[in-house]
Design a protein around this ligand. Structure first.
Ligand SMILES: C[S@@+](CC[C@H](N)C(=O)[O-])C[C@H]1O[C@@H](n2cnc3c(N)ncnc32)[C@H](O)[C@@H]1O
Length: 321
């Protein structure tokens, strides 16, 4: 991810009347991110982004093709007035999500729900490119890695500077509504110290969701969290929202309820263990996506074992895994 073009972006935003109290560096995980250049007390602005620097990529009521084509147009047009912004976007091979997930890795997901999702995206994007998109097959874009959604006007916006903040689930920074006025303010939800990384919570994401939608695994949590697809409240047939995401409250209840959940988790665990890799092994550190998929599998198994043990203990059932 390019650091050289950042200076041009910051100058452009400031020339348009914006204010930025942050700089861009690589964080300790080697990921490009935003860092405070001064102490920013709670409620104060990390950045104020002028409307002229924000790309309106269309409405959620439009076809999914609209935001894709608008952003592509700005990316490809040598005269785009968004050039300084477009210059810092990741290159196609620098970010992975369901839209460009390489087909040879799909089987390594070992989760039929996400495999189907990725296959559908690939088909969808293919139809968009060849011009024979089936209007019945629409999707709402929730999966892009840089959009922010405004609620009242239902616009997909691309806001520079703000979109350099990396995800942290517990992060309290927030955006002002941007319903009136000329600025989108990015605000500290609690005191931020000079030099600290400025984060933003992309939502209550679990590992599998974060990988598919943003291409990374969030920081490991303790106790480990089940993958979204493994959670008892996951509903594959209804659209997912962060607001109604399965919660982290440990299951309690009558022994029959716990026993049924224990059996359900054991089945998933055993099936996952028995599912072979669909690719030959690769040495660690050589292939980001391969390593990340194997790490996701390890995390899934670990979270499943952890919950199986907790339930077994409650039921006084010490069957070893
Ligand atoms: C809105 S951008 C954030 C800025 C991005 N790092 C950049 O340099 O353009 C979202 C992308 O940043 C990366 N990212 C965000 N949060 C991350 C995290 N906690 N760990 C690793 N990568 C992260 C992922 O590639 C994700 O798709």
């Amino acid at each position: 991810q390019d650091l050289d073009a950042i200076e041009g972006l910051f100058k452009w935003v400031r020339d348009l009347g914006g204010e930025v109290n942050a700089e861009v560096k690589q964080n300790s995980n080697g990921v490009r991110g935003l860092f405070a250049t001064k102490d920013i007390p709670e409620g104060q602005y990390i950045a104020s982004i002028p409307a002229a620097a924000i790309m309106n990529a269309g409405s959620l009521n439009d076809s999914f093709a609209v935001p894709t084509l608008i952003t592509l147009r700005e990316l490809k047009n040598p005269y785009s007035r968004f050039k300084p912004y477009v210059a810092i976007w990741p290159r196609p091979d620098e970010v992975i999500n369901s839209c460009n997930f390489p087909t040879e890795y799909i089987g390594m997901l070992k989760m039929p729900y996400w495999e189907k999702n990725v296959n559908e995206w690939s088909e969808h994007i293919g139809h968009l490119l060849t011009g024979d998109l089936d209007a019945e097959l629409e999707y709402t874009i929730k999966s892009s890695t840089r959009y922010v959604l405004t609620h009242r006007r239902r616009r997909l916006l691309m806001a520079p500077i703000f979109d350099l903040a990396n995800h942290d689930r517990s992060c309290t920074t927030y955006l002002t509504p941007y319903e009136s006025g000329n600025m989108l303010h990015f605000v500290a939800g609690s005191d931020i110290k000079q030099g600290e990384e400025v984060c933003y919570s992309y939502g209550n994401m679990r590992d599998d969701y974060a990988l598919i939608h943003y291409g990374f695994l969030p920081d490991l949590e303790d106790p480990p969290r089940l993958a979204l697809v493994d959670h008892r409240d996951f509903k594959p047939d209804s659209p997912y929202t962060h607001e109604e995401a399965p919660d982290d409250v440990p299951l309690e209840g009558e022994p029959e309820v716990l026993r049924a959940e224990l059996q359900r988790l054991r089945n998933i665990h055993d099936e996952l263990k028995a599912t072979p890799d669909t690719m030959p092994p690769r040495p660690p550190g050589e292939d980001y996506l391969y390593d990340t998929l194997k790490e996701l599998e390890r995390r899934r198994l670990n979270a499943l074992s952890n919950e199986i043990q907790r339930l077994s203990f409650l039921l006084n059932d010490r069957t070893e895994l």
